[in-house]
Design a protein around this ligand. Structure first.
Ligand SMILES: [Fe+2]
Length: 185
């Protein structure tokens, strides 16, 4: 698999988690309860799989390769992607802090749910841009050797704890009662 295809496969895994998050947030809005366990696991997944593993591959391998091939990093598509990675990290810190405050009785349900919705929106748009704009641009300029070197660079970025957190989130979402059509609602 070429480097951009591997990154797109990561994206598909992240989008599955965002779909699970949507369902859990709908349930949380209905019950007015914060799903603390799910969101703590989401924070772990985001820090491990999304950030260190996936963004690590982009920031540590793909973007430097594209920079060597002449693509600017302080503006243009790579600049925008780097900025959005930072926004995602900041939102994850905001979610973790809101959870701490909620558990200490110092935050409302919506204080926790709002940054979660923002995170899902940001990441979805970000992934769309990478898949539709950045990856085709990368494929057009990278030679087979560039691609091979980028794939080799990915090798030490994969993280098993991140994969385990993803599985837990998907299982939790599958085991969740339906948000609509519930006779009790
Ligand atoms: Fe990405």
């Amino acid at each position: 698999m070429r480097s951009t295809e591997q990154l797109a496969a990561d994206h598909a895994g992240i989008l599955e988690v965002l779909e699970a998050l949507d369902g859990v947030l709908r349930e949380a809005e209905r019950t007015r309860t914060v799903p603390s366990d799910f969101l703590r696991t989401l924070v772990a997944f985001s820090q491990s799989f999304v950030d260190r593993c996936h963004h690590g591959k982009e920031e540590g391998c793909l973007f430097p390769c594209l920079a060597r091939l002449g693509m600017p990093t302080d503006g243009g598509p790579i600049g925008v992607m780097l900025q959005e990675h930072e926004q995602g990290r900041a939102l994850m810190r905001a979610i973790a802090a809101a959870l701490d405050r909620y558990e200490a009785g110092r935050a409302a349900v919506d204080d926790v749910l709002a940054p979660c919705r923002e995170y899902a929106d940001l990441l979805r748009h970000h992934i769309e841009k990478e898949n539709a704009i950045l990856f085709p641009m990368a494929e057009a300029v990278m030679s087979e050797d560039d691609d091979g070197a980028t794939v080799t660079c990915f090798a030490d970025k994969d993280e098993r704890p991140g994969e385990a957190a993803r599985e837990r989130l998907l299982q939790r979402a599958r085991g969740r009662p339906p948000a609509t059509g519930d006779p009790a609602s």
